[in-house]
Design a protein around this ligand. Structure first.
Ligand SMILES: [Zn+2]
Length: 141
């Protein structure tokens, strides 16, 4: 039985950009949105629908892609974070000065708390926040 597409693709479509569906490699027309990565959802005359986007993004693939994206962002940020701050090695600065540096503590590889402060470990070194004096000390590797 031959499937007939109900959705009508206008004949003026061109395929110069050579974009293809990430799932089935069917050509994507240049007239489609530049962000389109998959075929349009198609409905056949027998009521069956195909959705390449849904087929491509299985729950497992979705989780893996999200994890890889987050790791890549975190790694890029970690590299940048302490770069250029080496002149602060062993120097204690005020909390306000620290805030002005814009260093993201959430980018730390690890952190641990002690009675009088907290230590955040980055790949280039670590910083100690003294809770009593609200000062910050940098220690570079
Ligand atoms: Zn497709």
């Amino acid at each position: 039985m031959k499937h007939i597409e109900l959705m009508d693709y206008p004949s003026v479509n061109t395929y110069v950009d050579g974009r293809k569906c990430k799932h089935c490699a069917h050509p994507i027309a240049d007239q489609e949105s530049k962000t389109r990565e998959f075929c349009r959802k198609r409905v056949f005359s027998n009521g069956i629908t195909t959705d390449c986007k849904e087929k491509y993004w299985s729950p497992q693939r979705r989780i893996e892609a999200q994890k890889a994206k987050e790791e890549a962002i975190a790694n890029a940020l970690l590299k940048e974070d302490l770069n250029g701050l080496e002149y602060l090695n062993n120097i204690q600065i005020s909390w306000n000065s620290f805030v002005e540096l814009g260093l993201q503590l959430t980018h730390a590889l690890k952190n641990y708390q002690t009675v009088d402060g907290a230590t955040f470990i980055f790949n280039l070194g670590y910083i100690i926040i003294n809770r009593q004096t609200y000062s910050v000390t940098f220690k570079f590797n």
